[in-house]
Design a binder for this molecule. Structure first.
Ligand code: F0G
Length: 392
């Protein structure tokens, strides 16, 4: 096992405390030797740790992460013009988002180097997940949140699990810069953002699960992109499953972003521009990010896979959130509805089987619905008023 810099390709021996390339500050990816892929793996049980042979550390604490539902959605597929549509519903994870897949691995790394404290900057879900896993492992947790921009459900989780909360007067990108500086200077604080390549190893297991369930890779995978770790991790997972000989082809990776927070979409349209949006803003606060740390990995994943990225408005996101909830019974948070909104806006050509990844549960952000102009009227406690409601 080695760490490879995604910008300059330099190799380093695995060091849990080395988060970025010393030469250019870029993130690493974990690479394994041929011996990991040359024999039939010993896969046991369910969830993230089923894939232990492809993970960088042994299991320590778990809350039952991974093994989420892959739901075939024919009714929604018909509306979106996708012949075989599946939703991989990551809201079914223990803390309600895909972050748990990475956190179980990241916390094991923190414990392997004897860290007593973990830290992250977050738009909400990472902090909720890290706080829960830190509590389970008996570690202290520090979370840096953009003040006033974190959904209520996520903030409640961080509070409930006893994390130390720094509400930063700034946006996620300011918090991210600060926490990287902190963990680089204070080596006793283990950094659990997706710049941590070991954490992303847990997230790649989503691809393994999809391949095992479908018997091959789908034609396309559509998912929200914020700090850009997840799209990179999932693409790595598909590549490793192919290297193992378990699938014959790779899917197109398609990223969905919100209109005023779409640095990746803009960079793909004009590569001469930096992958940056100043003052990002969207109702999908989970992906309200202007300087994605893993942009280089994400651009490679979207390009190498023959995929693309597109953006949708807040209104389209909220419409898609309701459409999914009403047609298929799946309630997801606004960021997680961006793939549905994107498929509704732009048809994907030459695809039959598509997997949309819904990254977080709808209850994470109860306020989003009130912004969707939903009115609840009071009725008199009579049968007549109920009949009127039924007939409406
Ligand atoms: N969907 C949800 C629900 C998220 O919480 C995030 C990221 C993403 C999608 C995007 O994933 O960053 O890997 O591209 N949330 C982070 C957080 C930034 O702090 O919880 P990504």
């Amino acid at each position: 096992m080695q760490l490879r810099c995604v910008a300059c390709d330099a190799r380093h021996d695995p060091d849990p405390l080395l988060y970025q390339c010393p030469k250019d500050g870029s993130p690493f990816e974990v690479i394994y030797g041929d011996e990991v892929f040359s024999k039939a793996p010993d896969l046991k049980g369910e969830g993230v740790w089923r894939y232990q042979p492809f993970l960088p550390v042994k299991k320590s604490v778990s809350l039952g992460e991974g093994g989420t539902g892959l739901h075939r959605c024919d009714r929604l597929g018909k509306i979106l013009g996708v012949p075989e549509l599946y939703i991989k519903n990551e809201g079914e994870n223990p803390t309600g988002s895909f972050k748990d897949r990475g956190m179980t691995v990241g916390i094991a790394m923190a414990q392997s180097v004897g860290s007593k404290a973990v830290a992250c900057a977050s738009t909400g879900n990472t902090s909720a997940s890290m706080a829960a896993y830190a509590a389970r492992a008996g570690l202290s947790a520090l979370v840096l949140l953009p003040a006033g921009k974190v959904a209520l459900g996520k903030l409640s989780q961080a509070v409930a699990h006893g994390a130390k909360i720094a509400q930063i007067e700034g946006d996620f990108d300011d918090a991210m810069r600060l926490v990287v500086e902190l963990s680089t200077k204070e080596r006793s604080v283990y950094l659990l953002n997706s710049i941590n390549a070991f954490r992303l190893e847990g997230q790649k297991t989503l691809a393994f699960e999809v391949c095992e369930a479908l018997g091959d890779a789908p034609d396309a995978v559509v998912l929200p992109v914020g700090n850009a770790g997840n799209v990179s991790a999932i693409w790595k997972g598909f590549n490793e499953w192919k290297r193992l000989g378990k699938i014959k082809r790779l899917p197109r990776m398609v990223g969905a972003q919100a209109e005023n927070s779409a640095p990746i979409v803009k960079h793909l349209r004009d590569r001469s521009q930096p992958c940056v949006v100043e003052r990002p803003d969207t109702i999908a606060t989970a992906i309200r990010i202007g300087r994605p740390v893993s942009w280089r990995k994400a651009v490679a994943a979207l390009t190498d896979s023959g995929g693309d990225a597109g953006m949708v408005s807040d209104e389209e996101i909220l419409d898609a959130q309701r459409l999914l909830a009403r047609t298929e019974g799946l309630f997801v948070e606004p960021a997680s509805a961006t793939p549905i909104a994107l498929l509704r806006k732009f048809a994907l050509k030459d695809v039959k089987r598509v997997v949309c990844v819904t990254t977080g549960h709808g209850l994470k952000d109860p306020d989003a619905l009130s912004k969707a102009a939903v009115t609840l009227e009071k009725v008199k406690p009579t049968l007549d008023s109920l009949k009127r409601l039924l007939d409406a």
